[in-house]
Design a protein around this ligand. Structure first.
Ligand SMILES: Nc1ncnc2c1ncn2[C@@H]1O[C@H](COP(=O)(O)OP(=O)(O)OP(=O)(O)O)[C@@H](O)[C@H]1O
Length: 581
């Protein structure tokens, strides 16, 4: 938690004002019982009405000051805490942006969301508490002890019994609650994960009649969290009555011993009342401290989780010696091997090939063979474990990330659509693109074929995730986004499989004209999509099985032949032509 407090620095002025107001509030809290004892001892017992009026007015005035201090203290402490929360959310967001897919996998998306929302809310509450209570409670406790001793030291000795009892109770809460809070945040993660899967996978869940199963999964996570929260609250609920019992017995003891002293003429009624109030305040301070012990451990768990994200160094970093590739976009894999973080088996092993500008390179292979992984390494979503990926002779790890990704037009396997219009999705924040670029891309990717039927054309709105579009329509928008920027390199990850054969052929025909000077890598499962490529890379279990054009591979690569014959007849298979482009 202390590490998080450095984020309070920009709000030091608000924190200092809060602390100053806390001091005012604490001073008044300590001063009022003293005034009250004076009213009783000097005013009431002596029948001095003027003194009662004067001191009464003084009490009203300081109370008013206290009320104002408390109001402003709430304002300044909340402002400071909200500011820290806002800054932390910004920092986490920026950090997550810099993460490679490896770090995102490591934390899980659900946990990153909980850390940015729920954990930061806990920290905000803790900061308000630290600013207002952490200083006030000990100040009041210490001040009350001094004041009570100055009124009657003997009577104050009662605290020697009640304070240790209160301290034991506090230790009990601390030792029980800390581990529970840790598991509670994990359970909130779990609940978020189940909820996220439930909402995003709603179609599949319904299609497989798995609603009851999912409900059960959610119930389990929900009940689990509730039970832990109840346990924490139960501990909290026990401690409060314990403190009240301690306090009430202390008051009884005070009245008992106090009245005896008054009887003996050693103490005045007002002083006894003041000591009583100070003792109540001391014990209340202990209750406050125990509340702090309940909340601060929870917040410190949250703070650790937030710091963990902020401290993580992304594995994919900007180069320290940036080099700009100046060629036309030759991609070269030199003996590349890659293991996903934590994986025992290599996803890619000793991959070497070259993809030339003006040529189409296709990658084919069964599911899980490593095709997407090859594209991931070109864009540095992950860095290679061994070997080198080069563009125009420059290791991709030496190319500034924005420059590298700016050279590439990428359409992922699963189209990602954002809320906005279709044109917004194609342009995707790149202000340098003209309207003509967007229109041209829409035309090549056959987006205009379906937007023409929409009343607002390309400016038709799309729902978040593209729920009002078909799979093929989303894929066409994704292709248009990749080509709108006229990059040097195009990476299409099985992008055409969601299109019907006719649209697939039409899009590819137009696309090939458009990208004729660029380096194009197409990952595909369909033989029809790849058989006319200049170069086909056949991949199985992360290893290259053969590289060549369709005809060469039909003669030399049994794995390729198997794939082809599983999809095409013998006659169709022979029809491939490397110049078909
Ligand atoms: N994020 C990840 N973490 C760990 N392993 C992964 C991850 N992504 C993929 N893998 C593993 O790496 C291997 C290659 O996956 P990849 O996605 O490259 O296959 P693919 O050929 O593109 O498959 P498909 O055609 O089904 O998309 C698979 O065995 C997969 O289980």
């Amino acid at each position: 938690m202390i590490k998080i407090l450095k984020y309070l620095k920009p709000y030091t002025h608000l924190a200092l004002i809060t602390v100053a107001l806390v001091v005012v509030d604490s001073y008044v809290t300590l001063y009022l019982p003293d005034l009250m004892s004076q009213i009783v001892d000097k005013g009431i017992t002596r029948g001095n009405v003027d003194y009662i009026w004067q001191t009464g007015a003084k009490m009203l005035l300081v109370s008013l000051i206290q009320v104002l201090a408390i109001i402003f203290m709430s304002l300044t402490s909340s402002k400071a805490a909200m500011g820290v929360g806002k800054d932390l959310r910004n920092h986490i967001f920026k950090k997550v942006q810099s993460f490679s897919l490896g770090e995102i996998d490591q934390f899980s998306t659900a946990s990153l969301i909980t850390r940015t929302t729920n954990d930061i809310t806990q920290i905000q509450q803790a900061i308000v508490m630290i600013l207002r209570m952490v200083i006030r409670a000990p100040v009041i406790a210490a001040g009350s002890i001094v004041m009570a001793v100055s009124k009657d030291a003997k009577l104050t000795m009662i605290l020697l019994v009640s304070v240790p009892i209160a301290a034991v109770a506090m230790y009990f809460i601390f030792s029980k609650t800390m581990p529970l809070f840790k598991s509670m945040q994990k359970k909130i993660d779990r609940l978020n994960l189940v909820l996220r899967e439930r909402v995003t996978g709603v179609r599949v869940i319904r299609a497989f009649n798995k609603e009851d199963h999912e409900k059960e999964r959610f119930e389990k996570a929900n009940v689990d969290l509730t039970q832990t929260a109840l346990k924490v609250n139960r501990i909290g609920a026990v401690i409060f009555p314990i403190m009240m019992i301690v306090m009430n017995f202390t008051i009884i003891a005070l009245v008992w011993f106090g009245s005896k002293q008054i009887d003996m003429g050693q103490l005045q009624v007002g002083s006894m009342m003041a000591v009583m109030q100070y003792v109540i305040q001391i014990l209340f301070s202990f209750i406050m401290i125990s509340m702090i012990f309940i909340f601060l451990p929870r917040a410190s768990v949250s703070a650790q989780r937030v710091i963990e994200v902020l401290k993580t160094t992304p594995t994919v970093l900007q180069p320290s010696d940036p080099t700009e590739p100046t060629g036309k976009g030759v991609i070269r894999f030199e003996d590349v091997s890659f293991y996903y973080p934590g994986a025992k088996e290599a996803a890619l092993e000793n991959i070497s090939f070259e993809a030339q500008p003006g040529k189409m390179t296709a990658i084919i292979g069964s599911t899980g063979s490593g095709k997407t992984t090859i594209l991931n390494l070109i864009m540095r979503f992950y860095d290679v474990t061994r070997g080198t990926v080069k563009i125009d002779g420059v290791d991709v790890r030496h190319i500034p990330l924005e420059r590298l990704r700016g050279m590439i037009g990428y359409a992922p396997q699963k189209a990602v659509i954002f809320s906005g219009t279709i044109a917004d999705n194609i342009r995707f924040g790149r202000d340098e693109l003209s309207n003509e670029d967007v229109l041209r891309a829409a035309e090549i990717a056959q987006v205009d074929e379906f937007t023409q039927k929409m009343p607002e054309g390309l400016n038709s709105p799309v729902a978040q995730g593209g729920t009002n579009l078909s799979g093929g329509q989303k894929q066409r928008i994704s292709i248009a986004r990749a080509i709108a920027g006229k990059p040097k390199i195009y990476l299409f990850d099985d992008t055409f499989s969601a299109l019907d054969f006719k649209t697939d052929a039409r899009v590819r025909a137009k696309l090939l004209k458009e990208v004729k000077d660029a380096t194009v890598i197409i990952v595909a499962q369909r033989v029809a999509t790849v058989m006319n490529a200049d170069q086909i890379i056949v991949i199985k279990d992360g290893k290259v099985q053969g590289i060549g054009n369709h005809k060469q591979l039909m003669n030399t690569c049994p794995v390729y032949k198997d794939i082809v014959l599983s999809q095409l007849s013998e006659e169709e298979a022979v029809g491939g032509d490397s110049n078909g482009k």
